[in-house]
Design a protein around this ligand. Sequence first.
Ligand code: KIV
Length: 293
Amino acid sequence: MDTKKLTVWDFKNRKGEEPPITMLTAYDYPWALLVDRAGIDGILVGDSLGMVVLGYPDTVSVTLEEMIHHTRAVARTVKRALVVGDMPFGSYNSSIPAAVENATRLMKEGRADCVKLEGGVDFAPTVKALVKAGIPVQGHIGLTPQTASAMGGFKVQGKSARAAKALLEDAKALEAAGCFSLVLEAVPAPIARLITESVSMPTIGIGAGVHCDGQILVTHDMVGLFDRFTPKFVKQYANIGETIASAIEKYKTEVQNRTFPQPDHSFTMDDEELARLKEALEERQEPVLRKST
Ligand code: KIV
C-alpha cells in the first residue's frame, strides 16, 4: 500500500471517483494504528469521543482540550490517512474569531490536517473565515448530534420536500464557503444522492445511502465496543466487546484459581544465587524473608 500522506486535495480529487472514500473514527494510538494500517483514507477524531470513550451522555460535554489531547494521539500515529479534528460544541458557535482561534489550536496543538464542524447556511460565514485563515473545513449536515436536542432527538433529517430543500441549500452554502468535503448524516438516500450530484466537493455519508462519494462510521459502533445503543445505519462487522469481556472473565478465573501466571509468564533465577541468598538471610536471622522462601 502507498503510504504517502493524504491531503484535502486528494479528497477533493476523489469526487465522483471509484472506489469511494473510506473514513472511520479513531481517538487514540491503537485504533489509529489499526485504521491507518488498513488503508482507510480518512480518520475523524470525532466528538463521538465523548460518548464512546469518555462515557459522557452526549457530545455536548466534550471540551476543546479533550479534542486536542486525542487528536494529537491520533496524528502522531497516522502515516497515511487524512486526520480530521472535530470542533466540539461551543468552540465555534459563539463568534467567528473564537472559531478561528479554536480551529487553529486543533491544528497547531492537535496536529489535525483539517477540522470538521456541524451546521449549514448559518455557519457558512464561519467556514469562510476558517478557510481564509488557512484551515481546511469538512462540513457536517443532516443529523448534527451536537444540536440533536434542538432537533427533537436523533432523527433522520430531510424527509419532507421542504426539509430536503433546506439541506440542499445548506450543502450549497458550505460549498460556496469553501468546505473541501461534506459529511451527510442520517439523510434519506435519494436526498444524499441529489446533494452528492449537486455539489463539487465529495460527500461522506453516514446513514445516507450508497450514492455518496465516501462513507464513514464510528469505529466503536461497527466493532461492537459501544454498549449504550447502535444506530440503524451501523453495520456491526465484529463484536470485540464480547471477545474482550470473555477474555477478562477468563483472566479473573485463572488468577483466582492460580492457573495464571504459569512458569512461561514468570522469571527464574540461578539456583546457586538463590541458595546464596537463603544462606545470607539465615545468617542474619531474617524471619519474614526466610518464611517466604
Ligand atoms: O463525531 C463523530 O464521530 C461524527 C461522525 C458521526 C461523523 O461526527
